[in-house]
Design a protein around this ligand. Sequence first.
Ligand SMILES: Nc1nc2c(c(=O)[nH]1)N[C@H]1C(S)=C(S)[C@@H](COP(=O)(O)O)O[C@H]1N2
Ligand SMILES: [Mo]
Length: 204
Amino acid sequence: MFNAFKKKHDRTPPGAEERVPPGQYVTEKFPVLHYGSVPSYTDLESTWDVRVWGELEGEARFSFAEFRALPTIKVTMDIHCVTRWSKLDTTWEGVQFKEFLKHVPPLKPTAKFVVAHCEQGFTANVPLEILLDDEAMLAYKYEGEELTPEHGFPLRLLVPKKYFWKSAKWLRGLEFLAHDKLGFWERYGYNNNADPWREERYSD
Ligand SMILES: Nc1nc2c(c(=O)[nH]1)N[C@H]1C(S)=C(S)[C@@H](COP(=O)(O)O)O[C@H]1N2
Ligand SMILES: [Mo]
């Protein structure tokens, strides 16, 4: 079933086969996937912020302007959705997670896990170590343009090397924790580790 689908839809460029994890096909489209509705904003400066709390020596809050003043990076990466599409060479801009940490109170040594908190109560959990990857970022541009509302405007997390559901859209906060705490899709039955190369799609 999947093989026939893959034959028909796969757009893997020649030579890129080893970049496509098992059970995935390459698409040139950019599918939109989420639970719930797409948030809309009228005045970001008064209605939007991003906060950090938990296992740090304090808390922090960034208004839209404050967040946009932080230094940015540009990263090109492949993304892999658990629903089997992969998209190669997607380019994103935003604040590298490691850089972001320089602008918030120091982490306590107990900080080991992060929960991303999004609009409408959506959450996604990621080990801190994964977010210390050079490519992990709080992204607000895709292919040189501001994120579209359905892809997460004005801010999303980008978690490289994990299935794309951990890349939480409409990000509003990061909670640092000593112990892991399952997020929305992880509670729903997705595999907490979410490594596409090991096909960690669902939990048993
Ligand atoms: N806030 C929020 N972020 C989310 C989701 C969601 O339901 N809510 N779904 C995740 C899932 S399952 C996927 S596959 C990706 C899809 O991102 P895209 O719509 O930009 O392709 O977003 C992730 N981020
Ligand atoms: Mo997904």
